[in-house]
Design a protein around this ligand. Structure first.
Ligand code: SF4
Length: 374
C-alpha cells in the first residue's frame, strides 16, 4: 500500500488564519503543472506498492484547469501502479464548484471531494477572509451531490470569535441536513506570521477563547456521535465507509510520496520535505533536480511520532506495537501514561490506550508528556 499527495500551491485569496504554503499569483500555474509532472516521473521508483489513495491538496487544487488535472493524471497513470479501489480526493473551494466544473471533474478519476466550507455563516467567513459566502457553500455541496459525488467531506472551523454556540449548532445542523458523510473540524489556531496573529497582537481581534472552543468541540463530539458518525481521529468524523483512506494511511504509518513545493514524504525510515518556494521548485525541476531535505528518523523519533499520531485516533496506542519497538520504549510509555489513566484522560482496553472524551481536549499535552526526549 502507498499514498500519493500532490500540493497545488495557489490560492485566489489569503485566508487570515492560514499558514500553508501557497501563492496568490497564478502566473506560474502552467509551469508548476509541468514541474509536478516532472517530479512524478523523477520519483516513480520511490513508490513500490500500488497507490491506494491520491490526494490533491494545497493551496486550492480546484482552481486548476481541467486540462491541468488531466495532465497530472496522465503523469500519475504513466508512472505509478494504482489499486483498483483507489480513493482520489480533490480539495475544492465552494466558488470553484460550478456545474460545468463538476461535470468535468466527474469525467476524471476524482471520486472524493473535500470542500473548504469552514462555516455556512457570512460573518465567520468574512472574519476568516474566505473567498465565498454561506449561501455558495451550501450551493456547492448540493451541486456536487447532484453531479454524482457521494463521497464528500467538508472542513468546518470552531472557536472563531464571531461564532457563538448557537451559531456553531446551526453550522453543524446545516451539515447534517445536507447529508454530508464526513466532517473535518478544526479549532481556529492563531499561527505565527499570519494576518490573524498580527490582528490579535494589535488588539484588533480577540484571541481564541479556549473555554468556548473546548465547549464547542465537546458539543460536536456528542452531536455527531448521536448522528451515527464515528469520531475516528481528533479532527475527523465520518460514517462507516466514508473515512478518509488517505489520512488513515498517514496515521497508520503507510509510506507516502509528497509531490510539489512544501510537500512531505515518508517511507518508514526517511522523512523528506520539498522546499516551500514556487519559483525555485519550478526552476529546479526544469533542470531535472529536486530541492528537498531529508532526515533519517531515529528510534526515538519513530516512537514519538507513533505516540503523537496514534493517540489522536480510534486505533489508539497499542502496547504490542510499542513493545515491538523495544522493551525500554514500552517501559517509558507505561510509566508516563499511568497518571493520565489515573485521571481518566486515557482509557485502556486489551492493551490499547485511547483518549477519553475529556482527554481529547488535551491530546497534545498528553502526547508531549509521553514523548521521549533524546
Ligand atoms: S484556501 Fe486554504 S490553503 Fe488557501 S489560504 Fe485559504 S485556508 Fe489557506
Amino acid at each position: 500500500m502507498a499514498a500519493l499527495y500532490l500540493h497545488i500551491p495557489f490560492c485566489r485569496r489569503a485566508c487570515h488564519y492560514c499558514n500553508f504554503h501557497f501563492s496568490t499569483s497564478l502566473r506560474l500555474r502552467e509551469e508548476m503543472v509541468e514541474a509536478l509532472c516532472a517530479e512524478l516521473a523523477l520519483r516513480k521508483e520511490e513508490c513500490v506498492a500500488p497507490l491506494q489513495s491520491i490526494y490533491f491538496g494545497g493551496g486550492t487544487p480546484s482552481l486548476l484547469h481541467i486540462g491541468d488535472l488531466e495532465q497530472l493524471f496522465d503523469a500519475i497513470m504513466a508512472h505509478y501502479a494504482i489499486d483498483a479501489q483507489v480513493e482520489v480526493t480533490l480539495e475544492a473551494n465552494p466558488e470553484d464548484l460550478t456545474e460545468a466544473k463538476l461535470r468535468q471533474l466527474r469525467r476524471l478519476p476524482v471520486n472524493r471531494l473535500s470542500i473548504g466550507v469552514q462555516s455556512f455563516r457570512d460573518e465567520d467567513l468574512q472574519f476568516l477572509n474566505r473567498n465565498h459566502d454561506g449561501a455558495s457553500a451550501k450551493t456547492a455541496i448540493l451541486r456536487a451531490q447532484a453531479a454524482g459525488f457521494d463521497n464528500i467531506t467538508i472542513d468546518l472551523i470552531y472557536g472563531t470569535p464571531t461564532l457563538t454556540d448557537a451559531a456553531w449548532a446551526q453550522n453543524v445542523e446545516c451539515t447534517l441536513d445536507l447529508e454530508v458523510p464526513h466532517i473535518s473540524a478544526y479549532c481556529l489556531t492563531v499561527e505565527p506570521r499570519t494576518a490573524l496573529a498580527h490582528f490579535v497582537r494589535q488588539g484588533r481581534v480577540p484571541p481564541v477563547n479556549d473555554d468556548v472552543a473546548a465547549r464547542q468541540f465537546l458539543w460536536l463530539i456528542d452531536q455527531l456521535s448521536d448522528a451515527g458518525m464515528v469520531h475516528y481521529e481528533i479532527s475527523n468524523f465520518g460514517y462507516e465507509g466514508y473515512w478518509s483512506r488517505h489520512n488513515t494511511s498517514y496515521w497508520l504509518g503507510v509510506p507516502y510520496v509528497g509531490i510539489g513545493p512544501s510537500a512531505h514524504s515518508y517511507d518508514g525510515q526517511l522523512r523528506c520535505w520539498n522546499e516551500a518556494h514556487n519559483m525555485r521548485y519550478v526552476r529546479a525541476l526544469q533542470k531535472g533536480q529536486l530541492l528537498r531535505k531529508c532526515e533519517v528518523l531515529s528510534a526515538a523519533d519513530r516512537y514519538n511520532e507513533y505516540v503523537m499520531v496514534r493517540l489522536r485516533t480510534v486505533w489508539g496506542c497499542r502496547l504490542a506495537d510499542i513493545e515491538a519497538m523495544g522493551a525500554h520504549w514500552a517501559a517509558h510509555f507505561l510509566k508516563e501514561v499511568a497518571p493520565f489513566v489515573q485521571c481518566q484522560w486515557v482509557e485502556v482496553s486489551q492493551g490499547v490506550y485511547r483518549l477519553t472524551r475529556q482527554g481529547k481536549l488535551y491530546a497534545d499535552r498528553v502526547a508531549s508528556e509521553l514523548f521521549f526526549a533524546e
